[in-house]
Write a protein that binds this ligand. Sequence first.
Ligand code: NAD
Length: 434
Amino acid sequence: MNISVIGTGYVGLVTGAGLAAKKHNVICADKSSEKIATLQSGGLPIWEEGLEEILKEAKAQQAISFTTNITQAIQKSDLILIAVGTPSLADGDADLSQIYNIGSLIARESTTDKIVVLKSTVPPGTGDNLKTLLNESSNHGVTFEVVSNPEFLRQGSAVSDFFYPSRIIVGCSTDEARKAMEQLYKSFPCTIQFCDRKSAETIKYAANSFLAMKISYMNMLATLSEELGADINEIKEGIGSDPRIGSDFLNPGLGFGGSCLPKDIKAFMKTGANHAVPMTLLQEVLKINEKQPDLIINKLKSFLGTLKGATISIMGLSFKPNTDDLRDAPSIKLVHHLLEEGATVRAYDPLVHVYPLDEVSLFPDPYTTVEDSDAVIFVTEWDEFKSLNWKSIVSNLRLPLILDGRNMFELKEMKKIADQHDLIYCSIGRPNIY
Ligand code: NAD
């Protein structure tokens, strides 16, 4: 199929590369000339495991090209996938200006019938509105169908999620669009759920809100667990082994971040409000999430007293492991708080080499980072932290205080290490180790 993907970010680039690997002809179009120049010269504007390899192969097969000429991309394609951003407005609603800008361009420039596929996460009803806009402002008497095909890939495992999705959701209203989507996804090893557009759009928000709800629920339990002197990881294992609950997404910690969960929950709450359905459950989910970084700060203060003049090392800055993405990362909230309290902040992240706050000094490895620090906070659960040389960490620290914001380490293991190296280990919802 001749496909264009408009918006070459995390979703658009992985989708474009993946579809090219599946033998479709793909044009990836973006308004950012910098991004497109990087891609044309063989570079990558983002890091995702396996992305470089599939892009190289797709380029070698001449199955993919990159352009800033969006009009040309539109005119050369039968299927247009929209993967532009839908950030939060000040009132929490989704900013759909990027979607409608592309919609107007498609309406103006299309000279043949098109199927327009919304990959971006949008409030229920957006697909219907886009279809009206396209068909009412069509310049050349062409017909448009709009499909809602929300994306569920996770940053950090986006390429593998693309090829092995848990399910594919397609919301459309014509047989022709349904057939095109069956053709697009014919070799994917999962079921395609066909439904109406509004249901498809709602599924995306409902799924992300549910996942966020699991995290905040566990964070609430972790706070109670600390008061009780219980161990949240035992509680997690005990409830997660009930198949009705499931063991995924039950990790307490510094809270969720990233470019999707916080914004999608806010937009979903706005959808509820627009239809006079109070989504107060989600309000609590966000409230608990906001508080999580403060819990670590309070623990830190309980040992150090004031943070004024203290030096704190941060391990991991990205919003989750295996990505370089800092959008809405919990590290940012935490670092702001530390700086406001007068601390000096040093940091290390395997993939983040530029940080939006100049006051933070970045170091090339964990050991030089912790030099002369009063405490270390583990913020992102990168695998490489699991094989740290604790002797070197402790000997470089001024005070041997370790705060684990992701419960990365086993209590038993940390007890052994604490006995050998005389450190203090605090995590979330579990007893401290001295
Ligand atoms: P992103 O910011 O990485 O990429 C968006 C791209 O769109 C940017 O490169 C931008 O330059 C481009 N763009 C904006 N306006 C344009 C225009 N008029 N013409 C051409 N290009 C334009 O965003 P993302 O993380 O890929 O997310 C895209 C959408 O997918 C959002 O709605 C998001 O909620 C959703 N989503 C994201 C993820 C994720 O993990 N990042 C997962 C599922 C769904």
